[in-house]
Ligand binder design. Structure first.
Ligand code: ADP
Ligand code: MG
Length: 247
């Protein structure tokens, strides 16, 4: 497997408040990396850096060989390689489900409407939302909106998909349908970086776990089950104790 994403010595601060400290991370094509850690430890900021949404103060990020530099013109190219799904969906309220999905592939990637529409409908079918194609976001449940947001990201054919707590705002009964969609994506070979507080899901989907605390990787392992059963560091042990497991 080849390296798709490479982060070296990443340093990020907000007004001298250091949020990411000298971080290194490499993700291979097809890998699913789950990032966990306490609130405020820098998970969202890290994902935002990868997507070029944040300026960085040190180190480098490369995606498929291209440097991510927020100020450069080719940030649009990076955003096409790195898709991101947020907790808050960020769908356009005045556009239908289908229009939300086909907008960026047509405008940014200059793809043909008929071709993009065909793909969008196939993806909607896969997530069980074909019949909602002409609905507006406000007519959908949270779980449905989130699946539309995932389809919208997929339709851009990104090399890497970033997920930032995408189920955190959902009612419990809707969490499952979104997690199922992500598990299907992982099975189909998508490269994914996932921030989540759903520990059973993390355990099921992760090829590798990265435990972050105060802007640093404290523990990183591809022995996922061992990590959850016997975390090596005291900080990870303490963090995991705050979750109850059904299993
Ligand atoms: P997490 O996603 O792990 O909860 P965040 O990445 O959101 O953590 O935040 C990490 C730290 O960076 C926090 O201390 C937060 O207050 C700070 N931070 C995040 N975004 C900003 C911002 N735009 N301006 C200033 N500080 C920020
Ligand atoms: Mg966050």
């Amino acid at each position: 497997m080849s390296e798709l994403l490479k982060v070296e010595h990443l340093h990020k601060e907000f007004d001298k408040n250091v949020v990411i400290k000298d971080m290194d991370l490499t993700v291979k094509k097809g890998e699913v990396v789950v990032i966990i850690g306490p609130s405020g430890c820098g998970k969202s900021t890290f994902l935002r850096c990868l997507n070029g949404l944040e300026e960085i103060q040190g180190g480098s990020i490369t995606v498929d060989g291209s440097l991510v530099e927020p100020k450069k013109k080719d940030i649009i190219k990076i955003r096409q390689k790195v898709g991101m799904v947020f907790q808050s969906y960020e769908l356009f309220p005045h556009k239908t489900v289908l229009d939300n999905i086909i907008l960026a592939p047509m405008k940014v990637q200059k793809r043909n409407k008929a071709e993009v529409t065909k793909e969008a409908l196939e993806l909607l079918e896969k997530v069980g939302l074909s019949e909602k194609k002409n609905f507006y976001p406000r007519q959908l449940s949270g779980g449905q909106k989130q699946r539309v947001a995932i389809v919208r990201a997929l339709c851009m054919h990104p090399e890497v998909l970033l997920f930032d707590e995408v189920t955190a705002a959902l009612d419990p009964e809707m969490v499952h349908e979104v997690l199922e969609t992500m598990i299907e994506l992982a099975k189909s070979g998508s490269t994914m970086l996932i921030v989540t507080h759903e520990m059973a899901f993390a355990r099921a989907i992760a090829d590798r776990i990265v435990f972050l605390d105060q802007g640093e990787i404290v523990e990183e392992t591809d022995k996922v089950k061992e990590f959850f059963d016997h975390p090596q560091t005291e900080r990870a042990q303490k963090f995991l104790k705050t979750f109850t497991f059904d299993e």
